[in-house]
Every structure is written in structure tokens, then in C-alpha cells.
Design a protein around this ligand. Structure first.
Ligand SMILES: C[S@@+](CC[C@H](N)C(=O)[O-])C[C@H]1O[C@@H](n2cnc3c(N)ncnc32)[C@H](O)[C@@H]1O
Length: 218
């Protein structure tokens, strides 16, 4: 927990909640132990969508489609979202949720490994939401940068790893060390890459918000 529990509870107690469909989907996902964005990230995304009104979003990590549908619901009317998932068990559930929500026409659902799919995508996105294998963010970044235009925003979730990120390497459980090392590299790169301006926030499990300042090949 990177934000004190009472503070988190207080902030979340002010939340007005989502549409009944999303509330139900969230309950189902949590009951099935599907990892979905926390209340804090939900609230951030809703505010961000209202402020910036992105028309094209790329999401990496669909799970059962909760965050995809939240962005459809709270984004501009003609918003298009491309979302990527590789876990076979979750793919049909996400597809069914998109159908039930009546949002199929807005969503391009790409199934397979994000590392491969990102290389094949063309064009650019106004918002890229990274919420998949945390240890891969650093490897995917070069391809992600190619998919951003000047002013595109990259939001990456769970970057502070329940607080592990500030611990000494030796205090991090052995099985988490690779992810820890790669996430530190990722955050360093986000803060030092001259193409990006990044803010790292203790929001939920930690989120980084980066805006692309220049075209890669201007
Ligand atoms: C935290 S969940 C996404 C939650 C979703 N964004 C939401 O809030 O509703 C991360 C998802 O990324 C998927 N994932 C992990 N590595 C991936 C990869 N290399 N390619 C595609 N999907 C991947 C996992 O299977 C998992 O369902």
C-alpha cells in the first residue's frame, strides 16, 4: 500500500461510482480475482478523458474489458479504442462484455502478445494506457513511442509496485526482482527521455503520466 489506507478509503468514499453496467462488471471481475484498475485509476481516467477528449486510444492489457468499457463510457461519443489481450481464458469474456455493453463498433480487440502486436500497429493514438505485463513496459517503450504523436499521452499503471520500487534490491522478494529492476529502468527512461515529459504519481499502485513533446522524426 503506497498511500495510507485511511486516506485511500476517504478519497474513494467521495466517489460517485460508475454506470450500473460497470459497477456490476467490476463486482464480477473482483469476485473472479481478475485484476482491474482500482477506484483511484478509474477516477483519474474519467477526469483525464473529460479534460483531453482523446478520439483514439490504445490499451495494452484488456483482461475482461472493464477499463476498456469505462473509457468508452466516459470518453467522447465517437471514441475508438484498440485493446490488446493474450490470455485465452479472458478473451471470450472480454468479447462478450463488449457485446453486452453494445460497444463492439467502437472497440478493436486484438488478441495475442502485445510485444508482437505493438510492432505491427501503424498510425498514432491520442492516449496509450499501459496495464499489462509490468516487466515488459521497458521493452515495449520504443514501439509505443512510435505510436505517439506530439501531445499524445502515455499512462502506465502499477508502476510503484506496492512500494517495492523504493526498496533495496535485496529486500525485494527474489521472484519480483526482475520486474523491480525493469520497472526502475522504465521510470528512469520516462523521466530522462528528451521526447517525454513525465509525472509519477502515488495514485492507486502508482501511475506515470507522460506526454510526448516532439515528433520522433521531425
Ligand atoms: C491488470 S490486467 C488488465 C486490466 C484491465 N486494463 C482493466 O483494468 O480492466 C493485465 C492484463 O494484461 C494481460 N497481458 C499481460 N501480458 C500481456 C502480453 N504480453 N500481451 C497481451 N496481454 C498481456 C494479462 O493477461 C491481463 O489480463
Amino acid at each position: 500500500m503506497i498511500v495510507e489506507e485511511r486516506m485511500r478509503t476517504y478519497i474513494n468514499s467521495l466517489d460517485m461510482g460508475n454506470t450500473p453496467f460497470l459497477e456490476e462488471l467490476e463486482k464480477e471481475a473482483l469476485a473472479g480475482r481478475v485484476p482491474i484498475i482500482r477506484k483511484e485509476m478509474q477516477s483519474f481516467l474519467k477526469m483525464f478523458l473529460a479534460a483531453t477528449r482523446p478520439m483514439k486510444i490504445l490499451e495494452v492489457g484488456t483482461a475482461v474489458g472493464f477499463s476498456t468499457l469505462l473509457m468508452c463510457e466516459y470518453g467522447p461519443e465517437n471514441l475508438k479504442i484498440t485493446t490488446i489481450e493474450n490470455y485465452e481464458k479472458r478473451i471470450p469474456i472480454a468479447r462478450e462484455n463488449f457485446r453486452k455493453a453494445g460497444r463492439e463498433s467502437q472497440i478493436e480487440f486484438l488478441t495475442g502478445d502485445a510485444g508482437e502486436i505493438l510492432k505491427e500497429l501503424t498510425g498514432t493514438y491520442d492516449l496509450i494506457f499501459m496495464d499489462a505485463a509490468k516487466g515488459q513496459y521497458i521493452n515495449w517503450l520504443p514501439d509505443v513511442l512510435q505510436l505517439m504523436h506530439k501531445g499524445s499521452v502515455l499512462v502506465s499503471d502499477n508502476v510503484l509496485q506496492e512500494g517495492d520500487i523504493i526498496e533495496s534490491h535485496y529486500l525485494v522478494e527474489r521472484r519480483n526482482r526482475t520486474i523491480y529492476k525493469r520497472m526502475r529502468q522504465y521510470l528512469y527512461e520516462l523521466k530522462h527521455n528528451p521526447l517525454l515529459e513525465t509525472s509519477i504519481l502515488p495514485l492507486g499502485d502508482g501511475a506515470s503520466i507522460s506526454v510526448k513533446k516532439e515528433e520522433l522524426y521531425a
